[in-house]
Design a protein around this ligand. Structure first.
Ligand code: NAD
Length: 270
């Protein structure tokens, strides 16, 4: 799906910073779809990504649709990059209303198989990055009188997803905890903090690595995963993006600290 929707300007006047706004392969990842959707709904977007090429692609799609977007290269596991990213957003648009933390990498392996390097990398990129982006973005949100933070976690925070994604699951559970903690802490400041827990999504991020677990056959991977979902299909980047849009928009003005599971019923199945 290209995520076509009726545009009603749900993000008119807002500035959204999407960290991880590119896609690690062809097609629509969660972050790329979210950045495009925010722009379609009227937001001015800063598309940040470790890969400038990936951020540029998202920017070009948004501009091609008549939207407003700047691309920025940042590795959000580095504090200095996060500071520069937020500064670039303020320089471009003069404000920030929504911080969307999409960055995440998946590496499988339990405590025996996974290397310490893998553990440290996943925690740094998935978990510490949320601390760092919030550290630098919150002063701007506070200065602007409020806003919203949307963190992309995963159902891996609360369920086994088929393979031992130990560090991944730990980092995503931490994102849920950080979301709840910051939601309470900043509620008096009119900053809402929510997270989305996508389920089994067919995105560029997982297509190749997961397919390796199914004898290298992508059709087998998709058929097997589809069969695990009550609604009969894996999700896609647009399913995640639409949930994030809702949480970021004023329609969710009374929602903070929430975990919005977007999984076609996957986690309800015994
Ligand atoms: P993606 O890999 O297509 O896009 C992620 C982007 O983040 C890439 O463009 C990559 O360059 C960028 N990135 C990676 N490390 C970075 C860093 N240190 N600093 C800045 N940018 C960095 O993935 P996606 O489809 O957009 O989804 C990503 C998010 O969704 C992750 O948080 C992931 O854990 C979560 N998620 C995905 C699934 C799924 O099945 N695809 C399920 C649940 C949750």
């Amino acid at each position: 799906s290209e995520g076509k929707n009726v545009v009603v300007g749900r993000m008119d006047g807002k500035v959204v910073l999407v960290a991880g706004a590119g896609s690690s392969g062809p097609g629509w990842g969660n972050g790329k779809a979210a950045a495009v959707l925010y722009a379609r709904e009227g937001a001015r977007v800063l598309a940040a990504d470790r890969s400038l090429k990936a951020a540029d692609e998202t920017r070009d799609i948004i501009r091609g649709e008549g939207g407003t977007c700047e691309a920025f290269a940042a590795d959000v596991s580095r504090s200095a990059d996060c500071a520069a990213m937020v500064a670039a957003c303020v320089a471009a648009y003069g404000r920030l209303d929504v911080l969307h933390n999409n960055v995440g990498i998946a590496e499988t392996g339990g405590p025996v198989e996974a290397s310490e390097e893998s553990w440290n990398r996943v925690i740094a990129v998935n978990q510490t990055s949320v601390f760092l982006t919030c550290k630098h973005a919150l002063p701007v949100l506070l200065g602007g009188g409020g806003g919203a933070i949307v963190n992309i976690a995963s159902v891996a925070a609360i369920r086994w997803i088929g393979f031992p994604y130990l560090a991944y699951s730990a980092s995503k559970a931490a994102i849920v905890a950080m979301t709840q903690n910051m939601a309470v802490q900043y509620a008096p400041d009119r900053i809402r903090v929510n997270c989305v827990l996508p389920g089994l999504m067919d995105t560029p991020m997982i297509r190749e690595p997961l397919t390796a677990n199914y004898g290298g056959d992508v059709e087998t991977m998709i058929a097997t995963r589809n069969a695990q979902v009550p609604t009969g299909r894996m999700g896609d980047g647009w399913d995640t993006a639409h949930a994030a849009l809702f949480l970021a928009s004023d329609e969710a003005r009374y929602i903070t600290g929430a975990q919005l599971v977007v999984d076609g019923g996957f986690t309800l199945r015994a």
